[in-house]
Design a protein around this ligand. Structure first.
Ligand SMILES: [Ca+2]
Length: 506
């Protein structure tokens, strides 16, 4: 039996935004009104950098009019981070509120024939919301494994998968769009068997067409149709929720069953395949044109939400699963800073690997054109979204998730960080920990795509990297030897995170 989560709207003395009483705290105040829990639309771009968006980078060479307009309608976060610098572990962390390095996947990513990663029975954002009466859907790039055995047998039911971790429905692709099998999956089955083969595509970077690996493919499956198809499916889902509202004919304020729609886009990850109408729209080559197409896709999804009539009751979050895959050569060629002035690129332990765009809109609740410089990790979405929905998380799970709702609603002063420290993790398993301006990296090198990946320490030299991001946002001066006391403190902090999760002393 499902229970619908209702939350109390309390007027906020002296404030212009109403504060929401979390359901897990006793409601001592009389309710002035009762409203239904909000719908939640979570859009996760794939490899989109902060510096791609004009609202983060006035000199961006990529037009992002829809994202910029969206930012003006809500709150822009400057210090938000993906829990990993690559796809799979970020998705795990986002849905479970738990760093992926606590799971069986200690580094790297999954491929298309890997089995499900999220442990059976582990609570997820989707399962907790569904348990509270939400209808839930995932539409896009899953990349958290399908099935129970390796290699995944696509002729069998693809269980466990999204439906086993809290989603009522799923449509999308198994992994990244450069990883076979190239097939659309709906719920537990491929839409069409991957009965054909396709060879690898390895065009020159920025030469168009993009990169993919050889492997199995469904007849008629076209890489350049994946982003449009995901967009169309998300639009159709939202229009369906609008129809439901009209059919039910509920009174205002009770618009039907709340929904959670998770849309992990497949782009602007490789292969870069902008549709004809986007070619030449940016000044950052094929990548920039593709990122402009991502902006338009997100705009189309937002338009569908508007047309559904449910936008006013919907908390919308738009972010990215890691930084842009943008090399020093790309920077030099186009003069575009896809990760702003941050060091490195996707997959790295440096800031460009994991500092991501993070935009939130919630009409009447989150102040328009507002900004937060507070520290946030995408693992925080678990506790934050559940709190916004008035759902009390169960005792298990979400151990790396900090509820940031008070900062979103403006009921906590923006100067008071709710998260004071964070753990970063790179493609090749390099750790970093941050507290205030200080960032300690356990090792030398990028830990990811940038060369050198690792450097062996020399006698009397540093064995790690210590940066003061306030004074040195580009991570150019290693202060490891100058501040051994900070190194020690951060090493202990990382150890505490590893042992205790969010219960680290703040
Ligand atoms: Ca990614």
């Amino acid at each position: 039996m499902q229970r619908l989560a209702f939350v109390l709207l309390l007027s906020c003395a002296g404030g212009f935004l109403p504060a929401r009483q979390p359901a897990h705290e006793p409601a001592h105040e009389p309710a002035s009104a009762v409203a239904q829990a909000p719908n939640i639309l979570l859009i996760l771009a794939d490899d989109l950098g902060q510096g791609d968006l004009a609202c983060y980078n006035a000199a961006s060479k990529v037009p992002t009019p829809r994202l910029d307009a969206f930012a003006a309608q809500g709150m822009l976060w400057t210090d938000a981070h993906s829990p990993s610098a690559v796809c799979t572990p970020t998705r795990y962390g986002l849905l479970t509120g738990r760093y992926c390095w606590r799971s069986a996947l200690k580094q790297g990513v999954l491929f298309g024939f890997d089995p499900a990663l999220i442990e059976p029975g582990r609570p997820t954002l989707a399962s907790e919301l569904r348990g509270a009466g939400y209808t839930t859907a995932a539409i896009g790039k899953w990349h958290l494994g399908l099935g129970g055995n390796k290699p995944t047998d696509y002729t069998q039911l693809l269980k466990p998968g999204p439906l086993e971790v809290g989603f009522d429905t799923f449509f999308g692709i198994p992994a990244s769009l450069d990883m076979p099998p190239y097939v659309f999956v709906r719920d537990h089955r491929p839409e069409q068997a991957a009965s054909e083969r396709i060879g690898a595509s390895r065009p020159a970077r920025n030469g168009g067409g993009g990169f993919w690996r050889e492997g199995d493919i469904s007849p008629g499956f076209r890489m350049d149709q994946v982003l449009p198809r995901i967009t169309a499916e998300a639009e159709a889902y939202l229009m369906g929720r609008g129809q439901e509202r009209r059919q039910i004919g509920r009174p205002q304020g009770q618009e039907g069953q709340p929904f959670f729609l998770y849309v992990p886009l497949s782009a602007p990850h490789t292969p870069w395949l902008p549709a004809k109408e986007f070619r030449g729209r940016s000044q950052a080559g094929v990548y920039g044109d593709f990122a402009t197409m991502v902006d338009a896709s997100i705009g189309a999804i937002l338009d569908a939400l508007e047309r559904s009539g449910r936008a006013d009751d919907t908390l919308v979050i738009i972010t990215s699963d890691n930084g842009a895959h943008w090399t020093p050569g790309d920077r030099a060629r186009f003069g575009h800073l896809a990760n702003n002035h941050r060091r490195g690129q996707k997959a790295d332990i440096w800031e460009a690997g994991h500092r991501v765009p993070f935009l939130v809109r919630w009409p009447g609740r989150v102040a328009p054109a507002s900004r937060s410089d507070a520290l946030l990790c995408l693992t925080d979405l678990y506790a934050t979204c559940l709190s916004a929905a008035g759902v009390k998380p169960g005792p298990e799970g979400g151990e790396d998730s900090i509820n940031q709702l008070a900062l979103l609603l403006g009921s906590s002063p923006p100067s008071v960080a709710l998260r004071t420290s964070i753990v970063h993790h790179s493609l090749h398993g390099m750790y970093a920990v941050r507290k205030g301006p200080w960032k300690l990296i356990l090792g030398l090198g990028s830990g990811g795509f940038s060369a050198p990946r690792t450097i062996e320490p020399v006698a009397d030299g540093p064995s790690g990297q210590l940066y003061n991001l306030h004074d040195d946002p580009a991570e150019s001066t290693n202060l490891y030897l100058e501040h051994p006391e900070v190194v020690r403190e951060l090493e202990e902090l990382l150890q505490t995170w590893r042992e205790k999760g969010r219960s680290v002393p703040r």
